[in-house]
Design a binder for this molecule. Structure first.
Ligand SMILES: Cc1cc2nc3c(=O)[nH]c(=O)nc-3n(C[C@H](O)[C@H](O)[C@H](O)COP(=O)(O)O)c2cc1C
Length: 192
């Protein structure tokens, strides 16, 4: 079966981000499974806060179009999000909002969400591990008609979850990440 291409989008720009570390750990697992994986930083795709007047005046920003096309060129997407005030950070929501405004000429709007599976993960210092951000993100992506795979990973106590090499320390977290990665590969292959 053909190997799918997976895109990983961390939802934090912070240096030392627990979510970027989790995205790196996931990228390693995908690579171990011989999957072609791309991990980006949203810092390379800066976007203004969504404003309908701005879109009417200047169109959708090039960075949103590029991000949407990058999503389109992959077979599965993993979003790794922090939890801010029990939900997703503005960075994640704003990025998704802009991407939903992109419509390439040969496509229906939102096609990029419908045609591939999404996986979601979160890392937080708290016991809940970003579970509420995951619920919010699942709702947003489902509203975009994305197929969000059932497995998800909420990494608790993220400030003590990694070793000196930024690898996950605890077997239970490693197993949960493996389960997520394996399921996204499987579903991506089925939807190829
Ligand atoms: C504005 C703000 C709100 C936050 N709200 C929550 C929250 O509701 N639940 C939680 O577990 N952590 C919360 N945190 C803590 C973040 O999970 C923590 O800063 C985390 O390290 C951010 O992810 P990062 O390390 O990938 O940047 C909040 C942090 C900020 C800055």
């Amino acid at each position: 079966m053909a190997a799918p291409k997976i895109l990983i989008i961390p939802g934090s720009l912070r240096s030392g981000s627990h979510n970027v570390k989790l995205a790196m750990a996931a990228a390693y697992e995908f690579a171990q499974a011989d999957v072609d994986v791309t991990r980006i930083s949203l810092g390379d795709f800066p976007l203004p806060i969504y404003d309908g007047d701005l879109q009417a005046r200047s169109g959708v920003p090039k960075n949103a179009i590029n991000l949407k096309r990058m999503m389109g060129s992959h077979h599965g997407v993993l979003i790794v999000t922090p939890e801010y005030n029990s939900s997703v950070p503005a960075l994640v929501k704003n990025t998704i909002d802009w991407i939903t405004r992109v419509q390439d000429s040969h496509e229906t709007r939102g096609q990029v969400f419908r045609e591939k599976p999404f996986a979601i993960a979160a890392a937080s210092q708290s016991r809940l591990g970003g579970t509420r951000a995951l619920a919010a993100l699942r709702l947003i992506l489902t509203a975009c008609h994305a197929a969000v795979i059932p497995n998800q990973l909420a990494l608790s106590f993220a400030d003590d979850a990694y070793d000196d090499m930024d690898r996950l320390k605890n077997q239970v977290d490693i197993d949960a990440l493996n389960g997520l990665v394996r399921q996204l590969i499987e579903v991506s292959q089925r939807m190829l």
